[in-house]
Write a protein that binds this ligand. Sequence first.
Ligand code: R5P
Length: 273
Amino acid sequence: MDWGMRNRLARMFPGGENGNAVMLAVDHGYFMGPTHHLEDARATIAPLLPYADAVALTRGILRTSVPSTSATPVMLRVSGGATVLKEDLSHETITTAMRDAARLNVCGVALSVFVGAPHEHESLVNLSKLVDEGEEAGIPVMAITAVGKELEKRDARYLALACRVSAELGAHLVKTYYCDGFEKVVEGCPVPLVVAGGPKLDSDRAALELAHSAIAKGAHGIDMGRNIWQSDHPVAMLKALRAIVHEKATVAEAMDVLGSAKGRAPAAASARA
Ligand code: R5P
């Protein structure tokens, strides 16, 4: 792996090669439109940015809603082409060229792969081509094992297959879902895994439990959205998640972090400093 690729990965995974990352996912609008609490992306993202090891978003939201002075590494979503108005979300293509990703100084590019879906073949070919371009540019590629509207697909057998296929085709990282038997997904995937949160859970505690279980079973971090910015206390949630991902906090300890951070205004100093 060339220096540029290693450097970009290290910026997102501050603990080094075996480190973990807290990524903030705000890319939902690319197929869902103005998602609840992300209508004004700039306002939602601003207080959270200092506490994220990376922010996952599209070039449109990056250019319009993130200050160019931001020090937070960018994981750029480069696939799209379908919306929730259509039944088949798998009909995606690469929507952003690698040269634009390089121009935006990103630390990684991400695309969805739809294993078992009508456009499985296209999404896997997209991944392979993107890896070729990423290797050339020194930009890591994250495959997202998307399930479209079929949330029930999030079981260990399916996700292990989707993650392994993504790694075999050259993905440098894989984002997937937490599930029962998650250790099987980790075992079969030779590259680092980060987990999405999925739709908002019933409580902040449930989201912290999900993150804790994922890390305990071998995930290298989270790439979470709705369970952070749809929480009543997004900054406090992000701080509590950081405690789990970076400090091996228990759920009880993370709940304490959440509780004490709730009352406070977000600190001005960067958590990344
Ligand atoms: C889908 O819109 C994206 O891949 C999201 O980034 C991913 O699902 C993570 O966000 P959440 O935690 O809200 O599921």
